[in-house]
Design a protein around this ligand. Structure first.
Ligand code: GCV
Length: 842
């Protein structure tokens, strides 16, 4: 059967009106706001959509509402709505706040008790005309309603007899960016900052405006634009007008600007000899600074503070508390309506690792619980969802139930710092859902985290959600075409934490890739499978991600957690693994939870398998609830995870020709890379535990690779073997690299298996400090060549750099000579690890 190029197939389907949106390439820049043309059948149900949109009053935010509606309807239906200021003599779409609409559509506000940014979508007969109404108590809410309406159309949902109210669960729905003023982003994986370059705010803030639009479309109303490791420069007088430009770019979308501030600013840039929060000169300095800011940015939202954490200065310098530091800033913001997010991420990163009672997980609670009731009411304590640091799995932070008289916000991470850095697919809403739904037993009835942070449980005036996002200048915002599902999912959960992950995955897929059922089902299934898969081949049973915590936080680095003060310990030794955090014999961390939760985690029997090693130190032979020993679970889960990662590639390939070519190819490339890197993870973790425990894999896989040929065993010219550190990050602990004097190197071997069709995997090391070239020759014929030009977080061979090149469909005969040539460049010495040859099915 002939193979038709995807564009041709799309064209054919377009003619049949089956799938109009697939033909043209898409960059991903429009994310879920593509407004792709609807097919005829879908468009038909909107045939009676009014031709007129009415906005009775104008403002920076309100202005965006009809503009967005016109843009969306034009994109999806090819019709341009007429804009009017008052009810015309024909059917219309009415946009406005309840008070704006009161004269023409009285009584709307009473519908469902909508308040704050909640909105109403409804059809009404007004003066005998059919009207579609989008109304809210706030201007921002009107805009949210328009996005919701357009989302319905994009998903082909009916608008007839519309009567829907939506109310966000919490007032705080923010994102943070960790952008530095030089344009780099801490833990950002999608290019440089959209806000800053070379120490200043960018001249062109188009992307900042586009970002605000995306944020508004999912109900986000605040954004802190600079790194929490804050440069005091942001508060210098000549920088404030630059911040005002960002606020201007945000304003049409109802996103309020915030910045991260360094508490030592009064001293560092303010000319004072102190930043003691209890010094009157310091409080005056902050008051004057915010007066200046609000003069330029009247809707400035407030600030984020990281202090006494990871080397940042803080109130501890003066023996003061986080409450002292938060309140001095909060009081300066109060007259202007601003708020302070004070991060609970306060811990000692120089803990004595030899003291078995020390435990970083206890830090947030220990530091903040005693201060409950000491924070002003415009302070919000921003709490990472787990007690450590965005690991692939952690229990819920006990601090959520440890603050009853203090406002709280949960901090989540969209940027995939510990979850594959957007090179691995890892859809996080299922993880966040587990956190948000977790009952902390902090009251008489259920008290899930979502109710605590939204202020319901303890009747707090404010609270909510913050996520670190770190979009960059990459056209598609987060680099991996499927990673934006996490930002979308975050916004949806911050709006309504009761949504389920499947619904979010399906919504996002339809908006991002269209409504074809096969596409929707396949992508949403892949999304939903991806976090458990990632967990399986990285850090199982709650041991942490098992990544290199001292460096990139990316590839495997099992031992990097140990014997240092950072406190991400899993305490694995030759007898057992896990942190004993029990009250009886461990660090006592479990006591920070309310009694029912503490009781569950204190006991080995009731601790769920997936968190076992977070709470208990057990021998490798300990039998899990699943019936497997811990060690066998480690082996099995890593093999399963790697196999499932390979299966993601196959699932994606089933969509060839059904999604646009550009996003198809980019996603395929990343998934194929992930599948290779999952094997690197699998082998590193399994071999480390095999070496440490001395217990063999019951299924004989670990340490046995029948299809693998180590390069150090090949005939080498110019290449020299070396030991890779840590040893488990290369097969057999060894690799080869071009000798310093070599311009070109080669590793050659003879194929000694039966004649047939094979695929050949070359495992090489792709560093970011050089661009080596590789060629593979079968006899004299070049069968593949490539440049190792990826920018992985690696400057030396090891688990971060290890990459697979797959050459498929090779006809090999016994005795064939296979030669891999490497040409080094810069500090990258064309290093190779091994070759694997797999039989292809006939
Ligand atoms: C912004 C982790 C990250 C740091 C980050 C810190 C934080 O430790 O690795 O890059 O610093 O968390 O949340 O403050």
């Amino acid at each position: 059967m002939p193979r038709f190029p995807p564009a041709l197939i799309c064209g054919a389907l377009l003619l049949l009106s089956l799938r109009p949106a697939c033909a043209h390439a898409e960059t991903g820049a429009q994310a879920w706001l593509r407004y792709a043309p609807l097919n005829q059948e879908a468009a038909r149900q909107y045939a009676n959509l009014p031709a007129v949109v009415v906005l009775r009053r104008d403002s920076a935010v309100l202005r965006s509402a009809p503009a967005e509606l016109i843009r969306g309807v034009r994109g999806m239906l090819g019709r341009t709505l007429r804009e009017e200021k008052d009810l015309p003599g024909e059917n219309a779409i009415l946009l406005g706040t309840f008070s704006d609409l009161q004269p023409v559509a009285p009584g709307l506000a009473s519908r469902g008790g909508i308040h704050d940014d909640g909105f109403l979508l409804a059809t009404r007969k007004l003066h005998g005309l059919d009207c579609l109404i989008v109304a809210s108590a706030t201007e921002r809410g009107v805009l949210y309603g328009v996005f919701a309406l357009l989302g319905k159309m994009a998903r082909n949902e009916s608008l007839s007899a519309l009567e829907e109210t939506q109310q966000p669960t919490a007032p705080i729905r923010w994102v943070d960016q960790w952008d530095n003023l030089d344009g780099r982003i801490e833990r950002g994986y999608a290019g440089p900052s959209i806000f800053f370059e070379n120490g200043s705010v960018r001249a062109d803030l188009t992307r900042a405006g586009e970002y605000a639009r995306l944020l508004a479309s999912i109900g986000i109303n605040g954004c802190a634009i600079n790194n929490v490791n804050a440069n005091p420069r942001v508060l210098e007088d000549d920088f404030l007008p630059q911040l005002a430009r960002v606020a201007n770019a945000f304003r049409p979308w109802g996103v309020r600007l915030s910045i991260a501030v360094d508490v030592s600013s009064p001293q560092v840039i303010g000319g004072l000899d102190t930043f003691d929060p209890l010094d009157a000169r310091v409080s005056e300095w902050w008051a004057k600074k915010f007066d200046d800011i609000y003069r330029l940015i009247p809707d400035f939202a407030g600030v984020v503070v990281k202090a006494d954490s990871e080397g940042r200065l803080g109130p501890a310098t003066y023996g003061r508390t986080p409450a002292d530091a938060a309140n001095v800033i909060a009081r300066a913001l109060k007259p202007h309506g601003g708020i302070v997010f004070y991060r609970a991420f306060v811990y000692n990163h120089q803990l004595d690792w030899q003291n078995p009672k020390n435990d970083r997980a206890k830090a947030a609670y220990d530091n903040f619980h005693p201060l409950d009731d000491k924070f002003d009411d415009n302070v919000i304590i921003q709490i990472k969802h787990g007690p450590i640091d965005f690991q692939v799995r952690e229990p819920v932070s006990p601090l959520f139930s440890g603050l009853e008289k203090t406002n709280e916000a949960i901090e989540l991470q969209v940027t995939q710092e510990y979850t594959g850095q957007q090179r691995h697919l890892c859809f996080l809403p299922p993880m966040w859902k587990e956190v948000l739904d977790f009952d902390l037993h902090a009251g008489d009835g259920p008290t899930p985290v979502k109710d605590i942070v939204s202020g319901k449980t303890f009747h707090r005036p404010t609270g909510g959600f913050v996520a670190v996002v770190n979009v960059g200048m990459d056209k598609n915002w987060l680099a991996h075409p499927l990673a934006m599902a996490n930002l979308y999912g975050y916004g949806r959960l911050a709006w309504n934490p009761n949504l389920d992950s499947k619904q979010i995955a399906e919504e996002w897929t339809r908006l991002t890739f269209g409504n074809e059922p096969l596409v929707e089902n396949t992508i949403s299934r892949m999304l939903l499978e991806s976090w458990p898969i990632y967990e399986r081949y990285t850090g199982p049973l709650g041991a942490g991600t098992l990544t290199d915590i001292l460096g990139s936080h990316y590839g495997p680095g099992v031992e990097s957690s140990e014997r240092n003060g950072w406190g991400q310990w899993h305490r694995a030794d030759h007898q057992g693994v896990g942190m004993d955090r029990t009250a009886a014999t461990g660090t006592g961390y479990v006591e920070q939870y309310r009694a029912p939760v503490a009781k569950m985690y204190e006991s080995l029997k009731t601790t769920p398998d997936e968190l076992l090693l977070f709470f208990h130190h057990v021998p490798y032979t300990y039998v899990l609830h699943s019936g497997k020993t811990v060690i066998q679970h480690i082996y099995d889960s890593h093999y399963d995870g790697a196999e499932e990662a390979a299966n993601l590639v196959k699932q994606w390939q089933s969509l060839e020709g059904r999604v646009d070519e550009e996003r198809y190819e980019e996603t395929l490339k990343r998934l194929a890379y992930q599948a290779g890197h999952a094997i690197v993870w699998r082998d590193a973790v399994c071999n480390w535990f095999f070496r440490t425990s001395g217990i063999a894999d019951q299924r004989g896989r670990v340490g046995h690779y029948p299809d693998r040929i180590e390069v150090e065993a090949m005939q080498l010219a110019g290449y020299v073997p070396f030991d890779v550190i840590p040893q488990e990050t290369a097969s057999g602990g060894k690799a080869i690299e071009c000798a310093p004097s070599a311009q070109k190197c080669a590793a050659t071997f003879r194929f000694d298996r039966a004649a047939g069709w094979y695929e050949l995997d070359v495992e090489y090391f792709d560093q970011n400090n050089g661009q080596s070239k590789f060629r593979v020759l079968l006899g004299d014929q070049v069968v593949d060549e490539w440049v190792a030009d990826d920018l992985l977080p690696a400057t030396k061979p090891g688990g971060d750099a290890s990459t697979r090149r797959r050459i498929s469909g090779l006809a090999l005969r016994p005795g064939d000579k296979i030669r891999i040539e490497g040409i080094p460049e810069g500090e990258e010495r064309a290093a190779l690890d091994y070759v694997e040859i797999h039989t292809l099915p006939q």
